[in-house]
Ligand binder design. Structure first.
Ligand SMILES: Nc1ncnc2c1ncn2[C@@H]1O[C@H](COP(=O)(O)OP(=O)(O)OP(=O)(O)O)[C@@H](O)[C@H]1O
Ligand SMILES: O=C(O)c1ccc[n+]([C@@H]2O[C@H](COP(=O)([O-])O)[C@@H](O)[C@H]2O)c1
Length: 219
């Protein structure tokens, strides 16, 4: 049987329980051999990040420690960022495809907020040449295809598939987890921490300890 991996890219400033739930959801749905979490290096569409690359990677490892499935933190985007190269998902997918070979099932996971702006991503129409696109609904973001840019709606709905089809195909299909509903964002957490609140219902305990030890997000 071909190798199966789900990729979960993000800024993770900081990682939160929404990310862990997202990883759990698709790791189980797709019965992956590995969940690969990939912190961005230079996320060109985001304002400056507060935590360093090392800190974001450290927090990710703590957040996903002890899951029942295999998890790896992939530092390739941080390495490219250190060379001054912007983080383009297409580059990451090309690298993972070259690493795992043509038969592996590779699923790139994102939230509904990113699907809504997928047509702004670098070479977005080529993403499906390398991976499946798996999207989770997110409170506050309309996932109905009528709310998507027409080209995204067309590309996404024409390739909708079942989890089984995604598990058994290398790339090119889409999936929408409409029942996913976790109302947590890193923006909300940064604001809470800045106000001196603990945000302990939103962040894994080991990540909260790390944030306190390193005095992150206080200003
Ligand atoms: N609560 C959530 N529900 C569904 N998807 C989510 C959720 N939180 C994050 N994601 C998805 O996880 C990926 C990484 O998200 P990111 O690290 O930017 O977190 P964020 O909470 O969206 O951060 P910020 O508030 O700083 O924009 C993105 O694809 C995003 O859509
Ligand atoms: O490739 C792009 O141009 C691109 C543009 C915006 C976002 N992304 C990716 O989408 C993922 C989630 O991004 P973010 O900003 O929500 O953390 C992360 O892996 C980013 O690198 C990718």
């Amino acid at each position: 049987m071909a190798y199966r991996v789900a990729l979960l890219g993000g800024s993770y400033d900081p990682v939160h329980l929404g990310h862990v739930a997202l990883g759990d959801y698709f790791a189980n749905l797709l019965q992956v051999d590995q969940l690969r979490v990939i912190p961005t290096g230079l996320p060109w569409q985001k304002a400056t990040l507060q935590a360093s690359s090392q800190q974001r990677a450290d927090m990710l490892a703590l957040a996903f420690a002890g899951q029942s499935y295999s998890v790896a933190v992939d530092l390739q985007e941080i390495a490219r960022g250190a060379q001054g190269l912007p983080t383009y998902t297409i580059d990451t997918l090309r690298n993972v495809r070259a690493e795992l070979g043509p038969q592996a099932s590779i699923a790139f996971v994102m939230g509904a907020d990113q699907l809504q702006r997928l047509d702004t991503w670098h070479q977005w129409q080529a993403l499906s040449d390398y991976a499946h696109l798996c999207v989770a609904a997110r409170p506050g973001y309309d996932i109905a295809t009528a709310g998507l840019p027409p080209a995204v709606a067309k590309a996404f709905t024409s390739r909708l598939a079942t989890p089984e089809q995604i598990r058994n195909t290398p790339h090119g299909l889409t999936y929408l987890a409409q029942d996913f509903a976790v109302d947590i964002s890193a923006t909300q957490i940064r604001a809470a921490l800045q106000r001196g609140e603990k945000a302990d219902s939103l962040i894994p305990p080991l990540v909260l300890d790390y944030i306190e030890q390193h005095k992150l997000y206080r200003s």
